[in-house]
Design a protein around this ligand. Structure first.
Ligand code: AMP
Length: 219
């Protein structure tokens, strides 16, 4: 089984990927993390990617396809995997079909987590991430606050904010989502693969909905 998450920024793609990874051992590929890995290596590509990400703009399609294909090659594809943040444009949706063909796979399920622009902004401004285990928190929301301010509950690592989690970069990212990603949602709807869920509920409630959709539940 393979799943694509589609959602506006901060709808919870990363959160639900981490939860399903933890509970069921699914593999998780985050397009943003794949790019941030390149940035941390400070290669020529990494430096260009860094500038683009910091502005909230999109990295070019050819590079994205190459990075996603390389990542897929490194995984055991008999284990269910979740792709988060790719494809984000209609051309990338077509590129992804070509990539999956090479592995004899098709897109199985596309889960669209819907939230309003205002909810996304609130989440962005309070978001904190663990650079080590990738768990995410929100300093303003009691359900997802770290137990000790600024420290990861699970691995004691100091939490960080993403450089692109600013009001300005969010405005650009949301705009990119409306113009580029909305057509991808329509495309998967027309293929009968899209399942829309309400992302404004608590993580526990939304996780239950997702588990039902995927037909997994370990109690
Ligand atoms: P994310 O972690 O998914 O919010 O992505 C962070 C940033 O990485 C985005 O704002 C874009 O600058 C870049 N990015 C992530 N996924 C893609 C993609 N599929 N195509 C182009 N750029 C991307």
């Amino acid at each position: 089984m393979n799943i694509i998450w589609i959602a506006p920024p901060a709808a919870g793609k990363g959160t639900y990927s981490s939860l399903l990874k933890e509970k069921y051992g699914f593999n998780h590929i985050s397009a943003g993390d794949v790019l941030r890995e390149q940035v941390s290596l400070q290669t020529e590509i990494g430096k260009k990617v860094e500038e683009i990400i910091n502005k909230g703009e999109m990295v070019n399609d050819t590079l994205m396809a190459k990075l996603i294909e390389t990542k897929l090659k490194s995984l055991d594809l008999s284990v269910p995997f979740m792709l988060d943040g790719y494809p984000r444009k209609i051309n990338q949706a077509h590129d992804y079909e070509h990539i999956l063909e090479k592995f004899n796979l098709n897109v199985d399920k596309v889960i669209f987590i819907n939230i309003s622009k205002e909810t996304g902004l609130k989440r962005i401004l309070g978001r904190l991430n663990c650079p080590k285990c990738k768990k995410s928190y929100n300093k303003y929301l009691p359900d997802t606050m770290p137990k000790t301010e600024g420290i990861c509950d699970d691995c004691n690592t100091p939490l960080i904010s993403r450089v692109d989690d600013t009001e300005e970069a969010y405005a650009t990212r949301y705009n990119v989502y409306m113009t580029e990603t909305k057509p991808v949602i329509e495309y998967y709807k027309s293929l009968g693969k899209l399942i829309e869920i309400d992302g404004s509920k608590s993580p526990e409630e939304t996780l239950k909905v997702i588990e039902n959709i995927l037909g997994v539940n370990n109690g």
